[in-house]
Design a binder for this molecule. Structure first.
Ligand code: GZL
Length: 325
């Protein structure tokens, strides 16, 4: 039976079991680690790469993975987590699409004695630290600072004038959007010549990235010197809008993007993008190692950040390995 159909049927079964609250049969518990993973959707190539990384790593580790696709809705994530709890999975993992609103379902997981891995994004609010075991994902503040540091260097080349920045941000109230914005601002605020003249959310979607850029070009015309976009998908959409407006991306408008998808690196090589801040989606191996440790009752670090870099027009670009997403 096709894997995806099997997983869909598993989830459908889970939803039913959740209703009647029937936990996993005891003999099933002997079949190895069962991981319930609530993924937010497939909004970007980065996300698709992240999902593949999780699935491939589960396969390598012989871990039985139940993955739910929340289709960009927090309520779907919460519903999936409740189904996994009802089914008595060994470990829970999920990507908090936004930072708030997880307390109740995490209390239910704790009451059921199921360890929790936060994958890719963080939670905040009045959260009791004991409601999750570990966060594995990027240091988004650092990603924003890298974007700002590139612009400080670029400004030397652009001369002493005022630099007007347009920002296309990610999903509102998500950790990457909040912290990529904060990190960037913490670096550029040292210099009054930088001014963020407009900021809109493109929700990490290519289509919305294009719409945002169209609206900002309509408002500001040629008065945009820099675009800071929180992910490559939105940047690809924005570049379409820039070219349709008769402007040259990477020259008329300096472009800084985050994720490091192959498409963005290709445009960096073409000179249409000036800076690509890497955010790796390849978290699967670490998630599976953590799940095994948690099931075995071992202690794990609270926070794990993957190594990440940045590629700019000042680097030798031929050395960049194929990105894989
Ligand atoms: C970042 C991740 C973001 C990516 C987007 O870790 O949560 O979500 O930057 C993705 O491409 O949609």
């Amino acid at each position: 039976m096709k894997k995806s159909l099997r997983m869909f049927l598993t989830l459908a079964l889970l939803m039913c079991l959740a209703g009647c609250g029937a936990p996993r049969a005891p003999q099933e518990a002997e079949e190895g680690l069962l991981l319930g993973f609530a993924q937010i959707g497939s909004e970007s190539s980065w996300r698709i790469g992240n999902t593949k990384s999780i699935q491939d790593a589960a396969e390598r580790h012989g871990i039985r993975l139940m993955m739910a696709d929340a289709n960009q809705k927090q309520e779907n994530e919460i519903r999936a987590l409740r189904s996994f709890i009802a089914y008595r999975v060994d470990v829970l993992a999920f990507v908090p699409i936004v930072e708030e609103g997880w307390e109740n379902v995490l209390r239910e997981a704790k009451a059921a004695g199921i360890p929790v891995i936060l994958s890719d994004r963080m939670i905040s609010g009045e959260i009791d630290e004991s409601l999750y075991d570990v966060y594995v994902g990027a240091d988004f503040l650092e990603e924003g600072k890298k974007a700002g540091s590139y612009l400080l260097r670029k400004r030397e080349e652009l001369g002493a004038g005022r630099l007007r920045i347009a920002e296309i941000s990610g999903t509102p109230d998500s950790t990457p959007a909040l912290e990529r914005a904060a990190g960037f601002r913490s670096v550029i605020r040292e210099d009054a010549r930088f001014e963020i003249i407009d900021s809109m959310s493109g929700d990490f979607l290519r289509s919305k990235g294009k719409e945002c850029m169209q609206q900002m070009l309509a408002r500001h015309g040629r008065d945009i010197d820099v675009l800071y976009s929180h992910n490559d998908g939105m940047t690809l959409g924005a570049i379409e809008a820039i070219e349709e407006a008769g402007l040259v991306p990477g020259r008329d408008i300096v472009i800084i993007t985050v994720d490091g998808e192959q498409a963005a690196v290709d445009l960096l090589r073409e000179g249409k993008i000036n800076c690509v801040v890497e955010c790796t989606p390849m978290l699967g191996e670490t998630v599976m190692e953590l799940a095994e440790k948690l099931k075995a009752g071992e202690t794990v670090p609270r926070i794990l950040h993957p190594e990440e870099t940045m590629f700019t027009e000042y680097d030798s670009l031929e050395a960049i390995a194929p990105r894989g997403y």
